[in-house]
Design a protein. Structure first.
Length: 318
């Protein structure tokens, strides 16, 4: 009887402790949440946030305000974000650009000042040109690039697309002329208008124009051919070991309560697992490749070296 009472007491304490933890997590959120993006409307980052935001709003039970705050290779958004309280009510949408902007010292922050919560996707990159371009395939691109530096459109000086372009150009031994725009949408318009020769993008940003016949994808920087572009060869299969993609996720400010981070992690996972978001990934050639806090943190650490080395080679930092 004494043993039975002891067991009941232990179970009661355990359940009570668990209830306490769940109760603390359940106190958040209690008000509107602001989600800061450093991209303009219409790009892959913006579309990702607004798509996953549909189920996320229902799960939060509170208003979710998505704010586009472009400028300074993400520095404007990062500075605003770091000026807010570490209370989980201001979130930052993060991509590879977080690393390059910090490494270029455009902001006075370290990577550790941004706590990764959840990675939403890893979007492969492709090389595209206007359908009116004389560049019909990868060979044409390399030949043209050896004759003169082509104009390559990109969204952030020293950003993910810039590092990818540099890596490709270095591998195939061509020069290039980077032309910077505020968003992926602007880059695409420049290509369609013949202002630039070529650009790197995520399929999610340009599939409408590819399907309409206005843009031509000549190569993919993915490990294997994309299901939505099965006829497009990868750089790897052409003999060039260049693989790049854009990873996207959410971060909170250093010092945020771990219980709030855990709550956000679970809410974002549920939102990402919703049919509308899974369909979005499928329609844009992306696998369901998400990462929770700890795994995302390890992944970001490995990416730090890749991009830190890349911008040094470009010459943006010494």
């Amino acid at each position: 009887m004494k043993k039975l009472l002891t067991m009941i007491l232990i179970v009661t304490l355990l359940v009570g402790g668990l209830t306490s933890v769940i109760s603390l997590a359940a106190d958040y959120p209690e008000k509107e949440i602001e989600w800061i993006l450093w991209s303009n409307p219409g790009g892959g980052t913006d579309i990702t946030a607004r798509t996953v935001g549909i189920p996320l709003r229902k799960l939060l039970g509170q208003p979710l305000v998505i704010v586009n705050m472009s400028g300074g290779s993400g520095s404007r958004a990062m500075t605003y974000f770091q000026g807010e309280k570490a209370d989980g009510y201001t979130l930052l949408f993060v991509t590879n650009t977080l690393i390059t902007t910090i490494e270029r010292k455009l902001v006075d922050y370290k990577l550790e000042d941004f706590v990764p919560v959840f990675m939403l996707n890893d979007d492969p990159q492709v090389i595209a040109v206007s359908a009116k371009s004389d560049i019909g395939n990868l060979t044409d691109l390399i030949v043209a690039g050896k004759k003169k530096p082509l104009k390559w459109g990109l969204t952030h000086l020293g950003g993910n697309d810039h590092v990818a372009i540099h890596s490709f150009a270095k591998t195939v031994d061509i020069e290039y002329d980077p032309v910077v725009y505020q968003s992926g949408g602007e880059v695409m318009v420049a290509a369609l208008g013949g202002v630039i020769d070529v650009f790197i993008s995520n399929p999610s940003e340009i599939m409408g124009q590819v399907e309409s016949g206005d843009l031509r994808v000549i190569a993919s920087m993915s490990e294997k051919r994309l299901s939505i572009l099965p006829e497009v060869p990868t750089l790897k299969e052409k003999g060039y070991d260049v693989v790049f993609g854009t990873w996207r996720g959410v971060a909170v400010k250093k010092g945020t309560d771990p219980k709030i981070i855990k709550t956000l992690e679970e809410l974002f996972y549920k939102a990402a697992d919703a049919n509308i978001y899974r369909e979005f990934l499928k329609n844009n050639g992306m696998d369901f490749n998400v990462k929770k806090e700890e795994e995302f943190k390890v992944f970001m650490s490995s990416q730090h070296k890749v991009f830190a080395d890349g911008i040094r080679e470009i010459g943006l930092v010494k």
